[in-house]
Design a binder for this molecule. Structure first.
Ligand code: FAD
Ligand code: AMP
Length: 478
């Protein structure tokens, strides 16, 4: 007799594992299928995020920042020490331990919540049946009342720079370097390229980022992207905009990359090259020809606003569907879908998904940019507060960047919070909470903020929207 569940989830990334836990919490019998195994050949839950994405990249970003600080940032505090060295293998090993802890944590959560964990490849058949191909090659067909497709994404390959997992790597390979490359190339100045470029630059690599577009960080507010370009360049990242990679040739342990820019064709040689040109949805062998689920023109599974596919009872969430490729977006979609399956009303606010780039300073935003609002013809008031004027930032010797609050000129409702600076990711979340409840800039300005905190910069930026900042001269007078 085949197994039968209320809910079968395919993929145990932050979309799938959260959906499975939520469904089980709601009293639905739930199974989650995952095929990914770690280097020891063991099933590893958590998807891209825990295994080769958010968490390992942040582990390396934190380690490399500490090294950078130990080298260049301690003397100003009066801490004098010489001969700081970096043990790359130990750094990468620490990262692996964190990954192991978290992925096994998901297995524990599955047990605690009664989610049945199934190892193997899942494929949706017609009639909400799921074919499970187990690691030993045997096949089982599982019946489901509801199916959630959460197969995620994988790095995009580009023909001019095929990944060989030695000299040319993707983001996964860039988390595993065993030594600091002397000359490191990065194709793509997106979030992943900038984060991984920063890691190895802080450890001593000479990093060149080749970006085809002329505009840097197009999705960010222009004031933020300008500041980011200035700061990252000062840190040593050579960011070449308008540089489209057209070819590469690996010669032993180095690669000669060809790119075109405004001056024509150029070549540059690297010891390692990271291809970070984006990610594509994973739908390979996921859907039987007669499953009925449709794919949109960009290769994503087609879903409505609440993640229902074209087949009743089948949902899709996370990186495999439209929208931002972010772990927190995937997880919230997972919760929304589980609630919906249970029959509850559920929706998520796609307008308030925060974005974060974990460079130093961090870059984060929620809501709309000033340029987007202006293009829509919305009149806005803007308040900005630089961390250079923040006592807490000064105490920490971390004064780069600013908080920018954008409010509707007519209603004062906050429409965007943009931060580049220390603690940006956490500060933007405060903006997101306020915006979810329809806060005005005045509301934030009237709240009491602890002193001294970085959060005071948000307070002051909100005050500055209406010309009421205390700790900087107001551009706009009341
Ligand atoms: P995934 O995490 O990709 O999980 C999908 C899972 O499904 C995988 O484990 C896969 O093995 C499995 N699977 C696929 N097909 C099948 C099948 N047929 N049968 C069985 N199993 C299957 N996002 C952030 O929000 N913050 C960050 O800081 C951040 N940093 C990142 C850094 C890097 C280097 C990378 C690469 C990504 C980063 N991301 C970050 C993006 C984030 O990892 C993804 O948005 C997130 O993992 C998507 O979740 P998901 O559940 O949709 O898919
Ligand atoms: P993201 O999608 O945010 O990960 O960013 C990927 C970046 O890679 C985008 O800004 C693209 O413009 C850039 N990109 C894509 N193909 C190339 C290429 N051949 N050469 C240089 N940059 C590229």
């Amino acid at each position: 007799m085949s197994q039968k569940f209320d809910v079968v989830v395919i993929g145990a990334g932050p979309g799938g594992y959260v959906a499975a836990i939520k469904a089980a919490q709601l009293g639905l019998t739930t199974a989650c299928i995952e095929k990914y195994t770690d280097k020891e050949g063991k099933l590893a839950l958590g998807g891209t995020c825990l295994n080769v994405g958010c968490i390992p990249s942040k582990a390396l970003l934190d380690s490399s920042w500490k090294f950078h600080e130990a080298q260049d940032g301690f003397a100003i505090h009066g801490i004098n020490h010489a001969g700081v060295t970096m043990d790359v293998a130990a750094m990468v090993g620490r990262k692996a331990n964190i990954v192991k802890g978290l992925t096994s944590g998901v297995a524990t959560l599955f047990k605690a919540n009664g989610v049945t964990s199934l190892q193997g490849h899942g494929k949706l058949l017609a009639g909400k049946k799921v074919e499970l191909t187990k690691p030993d090659g045997s096949v089982e067909v599982i019946e489901a009342e509801h199916v959630i497709l959460a197969s995620g994404s994988r790095p995009i390959d580009i023909p001019p720079a095929p990944v060989d997992n030695n000299v040319i790597v993707d983001s996964t390979g860039a988390l595993e370097f065993q030594a600091v490359p002397k000359r490191l190339g990065v194709i793509g100045a997106g979030v992943i390229g900038l984060e991984l470029g920063s890691v190895w630059s802080r450890l001593g690599a000479q990093v060149t980022v080749l970006e085809a577009l002329d505009t840097f960080l197009m999705a960010a507010d222009t004031a933020v992207s300008k500041e980011a370009l200035k700061t990252l360049t000062k840190q040593g990242l050579d960011i070449k905009l308008g540089a489209r990679v057209t070819g590469s040739k690996v010669n032993g342990e180095e690669v000669v990359v060809t790119y075109t820019d405004a001056n024509g064709e150029q070549t540059i040689t690297f010891d390692k090259l990271i291809v970070a040109v984006g990610r594509r949805p994973v739908t390979t062998d996921l859907l039987a020809a007669d499953s009925g689920v449709t794919i949109d023109e960009r290769g994503f599974i087609f879903v409505d606003d609440q993640c229902a596919t074209s087949v009743p009872g089948v949902y899709a969430i996370g990186d495999v569907v439209r929208g931002m490729m972010l772990a927190h977006k995937a997880s919230e979609e997972g919760i929304m879908v589980a609630e919906r399956i249970k029959g509850h009303k559920a929706q998520m606010n796609y307008d308030l998904i925060p974005s974060v780039i974990y460079t130093h300073p961090e870059i984060a935003w929620v809501g709309k940019t000033e340029q987007a609002l202006k293009a829509e013809g919305v009149e806005v008031n803007v308040g900005t507060f630089p961390f250079a004027a923040s006592g807490r930032a000064m105490a920490a010797n971390d004064t780069g960047g600013f908080v920018k609050v954008i409010a509707d000129a007519k209603t004062d409702r906050v429409l965007g919070v943009h931060v580049i600076g220390p603690g940006a990711a956490e500060l933007v979340q405060q903006g997101a909470i306020g915006m979810e409840f329809g806060t005005s800039a005045e509301d934030i300005g009237m709240m009491v903020f602890s002193h001294p905190t970085l959060s005071e910069a948000l307070h002051e930026a909100a005050l500055a929207v209406n010309g009421q900042a205390i700790h900087i001269a107001n551009r706009k007078k009341r």
